[in-house]
Ligand binder design. Structure first.
Ligand code: C2E
Ligand code: MG
Ligand code: MG
Ligand code: MG
Length: 282
């Protein structure tokens, strides 16, 4: 009786819980089929040098278009993929697809491109990830230095010992490494020094209110100074305005990524940018 009553009370006060669980199930069932059905694609967002405005790299970002659900945001389906373990085959697909795309651009005479791929916690723990990644590079005939893996600060700090080990193994292969969403976690300088990373990406939440917000200005400037003193380069995420760009350039930030220059775009739209880049070089 008490138990039954408790359940009723619970459902009365959380009517949306069931609905949310249902939605998650629907997403998971559909995501399971998405790879085979070719519903996943990669978009690429340019990273440009703050020194001369040249395109220096691309971040591969997953997109899922389901025939009925429509375009599902990564913020919605990546957590489902992570919890269900589907991120492992999906992540493998992302690395292979990004590498194949770099090879296709090169073969089309568009030059050698640097590509960044996001690595999830589950993938970082996958014992086959390193080998899969090296195979993808080999198949594409890419230099390992052309691939950069992004791992978030939070994930990095969750399991410092194992991650130091993993990152060293990746580094020995020549793969570049960066810390994503930097500033949102709790890493100390002492830890940062232990990871063989090449680059930090300042999280969008700090970039959003600069210039203007004194705290965010101070944090951004401090991250740039700290990273440079450790020999790392810095990318600012989510740059949307000219004012942000100016502030970051003055603070000595190396690279930026954001709607101000370009939103993530499909591969054929990126080819247009790569062609322009080649033309500028001449
Ligand atoms: P992230 O790696 O931090 O990627 C940056 C996100 O910021 C992307 O969102 C990008 O579209 C967005 N963004 C870029 N410039 C701007 C800007 O100027 N303004 C604003 N408001 N947003 C901007 P997206 O594509 O929705 O991806 C969200 C997150 O999903 C990513 O955050 C990443 O954590 C995850 N994700 C995306 N693709 C993959 C993937 O292939 N594998 C894994 N494991 N995670 C992925
Ligand atoms: Mg990223
Ligand atoms: Mg990020
Ligand atoms: Mg972010």
């Amino acid at each position: 009786q008490a138990k039954g009553k408790g359940k009723n009370t619970f459902e009365r006060f959380h009517p949306d819980l069931n609905q949310r669980a249902q939605k998650r199930m629907t997403l998971e069932t559909n995501l399971r089929k998405a790879l085979d059905r070719g519903e996943l694609t990669l978009h690429y967002q340019p990273q440009v040098s703050l020194r001369d405005g040249r395109l220096v790299g691309l971040e591969a970002l997953l997109r899922w278009r389901h025939p009925e659900l429509g375009l599902v945001s990564p913020a919605e389906f990546i957590p489902v993929a992570e919890e269900s373990g589907l991120i492992v085959p999906i992540g493998r697909w992302v690395v292979h697809t990004a590498c194949r795309q770099v090879a296709a651009w090169r073969d089309a005479g568009l030059g050698d491109v640097h590509v960044c791929v996001n690595l999830s916690p589950r993938q970082a723990r996958d014992p086959h990830m390193l080998h899969d990644t090296v195979m993808a590079l080999r198949e594409a005939g890419m230099r390992p230095q052309q691939l950069e893996l992004e791992i978030t600060e939070t994930v990095l700090m969750e399991n410092v010992h194992a991650n130091v080990e993993l990152l060293h193994r990746l580094q020995r292969e020549g793969i570049r490494l960066s810390i994503d969403d930097f500033g949102t976690g709790y890493s100390s300088m002492a830890y940062l020094k232990r990871f063989p990373i090449d680059q930090v990406k300042i999280d969008r939440t700090f970039v959003r209110d600069i210039p203007g917000d004194g705290d965010d200005e101070a944090i951004t400037t401090a991250i740039i100074a700290m990273a440079h003193s450790l020999g790392l380069t810095v990318v600012a995420e989510g740059v949307e305005t000219e004012a942000q760009l100016r502030f970051l350039r003055e603070a000595g930030c190396d690279t930026m990524q954001g709607y101000y220059f370009a939103e993530p775009r499909p591969a054929d739209a990126i080819a247009v940018l790569l062609r322009e880049r080649l033309a500028e070089r001449e």
